[in-house]
Design a protein around this ligand. Structure first.
Ligand code: NAD
Length: 255
């Protein structure tokens, strides 16, 4: 799908990988809808892009809020052609800690945002995409999800996060199959370690240690590199039902 004049909804578009995607898509002529939490920098990002960008507040884990957010996007721009799911949280806890078992609340929260939130946005947005006029090859929409290499090699403390991202990887093919007859493609990007606010809490030595684990290039990924792949997935009609690692050949160690 050509991004020029496409309408792209990016969850978590106020920060990190999502913000980079909004800016990349916007630079090639897409209209962008930034779906993010009220306290996020989403409104500021939208403001910096002018009339072709809209900020909508929503928690991806809420059925009502996402339905309302998609309705607002459609009211402003007419429809949605592209979704990039970047909203996510990373929380770490061992299965058993000195204080006792992993809290069930934390496990549920990570699954609710990263996995259920991703599916929630897909289901509502795809129902809207189904109404689009098909392109020359029958294409009506493209959905790009964000997993993580933790879906495959989760580290100590990542049970909840890895389970949530493993779920995103696992549902990519069945959703692509579900939506094939509607002309909607679905792919997932599994990033390694990227230089975003999510990693900003780490000390400089920890960031250097993370970068040192990457065979080549031995540095953290740039959000623009994620955005470039998201753009390619949208533009390359043969990519469907697949998860692509974007990690410089990183295979995470246990810790
Ligand atoms: P980030 O913290 O910079 O951005 C995440 C965005 O998601 C924020 O704007 C936040 O407000 C939003 N968000 C969080 N919970 C939300 C909710 N319930 N509803 C709506 N929006 C919500 O992080 P990032 O590094 O850009 O991460 C983006 C995605 O990439 C996440 O899914 C993350 O798990 C994944 N990822 C990141 C890395 C990395 O190294 N940075 C690696 C692998 C995967």
């Amino acid at each position: 799908m050509n991004l020029k004049n496409a309408i792209a909804l990016v969850t978590g578009g106020g920060s990190g990988l999502g913000e980079a995607t909004v800016r990349e898509f916007s630079a090639v002529g897409a209209k962008t809808v930034i779906l993010d939490l009220p306290a996020s920098p989403g409104a500021k990002v939208a403001e910096s892009l002018g009339a072709n960008a809209l900020f909508v507040e929503a928690d991806v884990a809420s059925g009502d809020q996402v339905t309302e957010a998609v309705a607002k996007a459609v009211a402003k721009f007419g429809t949605i052609n592209v979704v990039v799911n970047c909203a996510g949280i990373g929380r770490a806890m061992r299965t058993v800690t000195k204080e006792g078992p992993h809290t069930l609340d934390l496990f549920s929260k990570v699954i609710a945002v990263n996995l259920i939130g991703t599916f929630n946005v897909i289901r509502v947005a795809a129902a809207q995409m189904a109404k689009n006029q098909p392109g020359p090859d029958g294409e009506r929409g493209v959905i790009v999800n964000t997993a993580s290499v933790a879906a495959f090699d989760g580290q100590i403390g990542q049970a909840a996060y890895s389970a949530s991202k493993g779920g995103v990887v696992a549902m990519t093919l069945p959703i692509a199959r579900d939506l094939a007859s509607l002309g909607i493609r679905v792919c997932t990007i599994a990033p390694g370690t990227f230089e975003t606010p999510m990693l900003a809490g780490l000390s400089e030595p920890s960031r250097k240690a993370l970068a040192a684990q990457i065979p080549f290039p031995q540095r953290l990924g740039r959000p623009s590199e994620y955005a470039a792949l998201a753009r390619h997935i949208v533009e390359n009609e043969m990519l469907n039902g697949e998860t692509i690692r974007l990690d410089g050949a990183l295979r995470m160690a246990p810790r």
